[in-house]
Design a protein around this ligand. Structure first.
Ligand code: N2P
Length: 367
């Protein structure tokens, strides 16, 4: 056989192999994602283009996803953990399949800075690609807060943690996210301690103060606050920026119009990069790759950003993003507030355990 024959034979063989692979997979994809994290027509568009049916389940905390992944067979083909500390630990534990970059041509359009940041969790960017990013901030009902506390400390964590403030705002409802990886750093920032400290003394101080404030919080939950803020059921919430943006939009649309405002606290706030990753035992990895590549299409991901209020890392999506979204400092923080943002480090197992214990102590403290 001549060299060129050999080459065409090799090409044919690899084509056949990829057909066989594609054939072997039924046109189904099991996705497990955060709630309120795609546009209304994202899944439908994908199915229309590919014939792949998406079974879509949602969660509202990394802890829930982590438990499913770590107990082995999750049954999912694609999940969206936060890069640190969760995805980093899951990568170390061998929870994911290596991505096949040949099947992800749109990945070249990803922001190199975000990719570099992700190497802290995933050296070589082998197991995950960025989906959406957001800071954690505070959303509040402008009218209700103004009437109960005209000189409230807007812009500061004091809105959520200062007893004198909470004493006033308790009656209109204050809520926290249900996760130690958000609430403890926020409390540490309020206490002017290092928000990403792994010092047991800092952890104790943060939890003691949280416990002393337990009676002021109406509830601790990671997704209910969107509608409750929008309906006027609560008036201050710790939330993910995009979710707060959605609450603000729903507040404008609702029957009882509520004006919701949002800020990222000046003392510093956490930022999460959520990634797309394929669990090791995924039954439809081929379809998962197709969905990841679809989500990385500039027009597709721009629609998601426009609808959910979360920033993405696909540079070419910029031209499809609505001007009011692009200029929203809550979604795309300007340089001066970016300097105050921090991401969680990958903490030691020991620290993770003590933080989880401390959190349970707070969660179960008497109101
Ligand atoms: C979506 C929440 C995703 C942000 N509702 C958490 N990283």
């Amino acid at each position: 056989m001549s060299v060129s024959h050999l080459r065409s034979f090799a090409i044919l063989a690899s084509l056949l192999a990829s057909f066989a692979n594609a054939k072997a997979e039924e046109p189904v994809l099991n996705v497990y994602n955060w709630s309120d994290y795609v546009a209304k027509d994202t899944l439908e568009r994908f199915t229309k283009e590919t014939g792949i049916k998406v079974k879509y389940d949602v969660y509202d905390s990394n802890e829930v996803l982590d438990t499913k992944l770590m107990t082995g067979k999750s049954g999912y083909d694609l999940v969206f953990p936060s890069a640190t500390p969760f995805f980093a630990q899951q990568v170390k534990a061998g929870a994911y399949l290596k991505l096949d970059k040949k099947k992800l041509p749109n990945a070249v359009g990803l922001d190199k800075m975000v990719m570099a940041n992700l190497t802290r969790s995933d050296p070589g960017n082998e197991y995950g690609l960025p989906y959406m990013m957001a800071a954690t901030g505070i959303g509040y009902n402008v009218e209700k807060v103004k009437s109960l506390l005209p000189d409230s400390p807007i812009g500061s964590w004091k809105m959520l943690f200062q007893p004198a403030v909470l004493e006033k705002l308790k009656s209109c409802g204050v809520s926290l996210l249900d996760t130690p990886t958000e609430v403890i750093p926020a409390m540490l920032a309020y206490q002017k301690r290092n928000p990403v400290s792994e010092n047991p003394e800092d952890l104790d101080a943060a939890v003691a103060e949280l416990i002393s404030l337990r009676k002021y919080y109406k509830y601790i939950h990671s997704s209910k606050y969107i509608n409750d803020l929008a309906n006027g059921e609560i008036c201050v919430a710790l939330g993910y920026a995009g979710d707060l943006v959605q609450a603000r939009a729903r507040g404008k649309e609702g029957k009882k119009k509520q004006e919701i405002a949002i800020f990222i606290p000046k003392e510093g706030a956490e930022v999460n990069i959520d990634v797309m990753a394929i669990p090791k035992d995924a039954k439809h990895p081929e379809n998962a790759h197709r969905f990841i590549d679809f989500l990385l299409r500039p027009d597709v991901i721009a629609d998601i950003t426009n609808e959910t209020g979360y920033a993405n890392a696909v540079l070419a999506s910029s031209k499809f993003i609505a001007p009011e979204i692009k200029s929203d400092p809550v979604i795309y923080p300007p340089a001066e507030s970016q300097a105050k943002l921090f991401t969680m480090p990958v903490a030691s197992k020991d620290y993770e355990r003590s933080r989880a214990r401390a959190w349970t102590k707070f969660r179960t403290a008497k109101k």
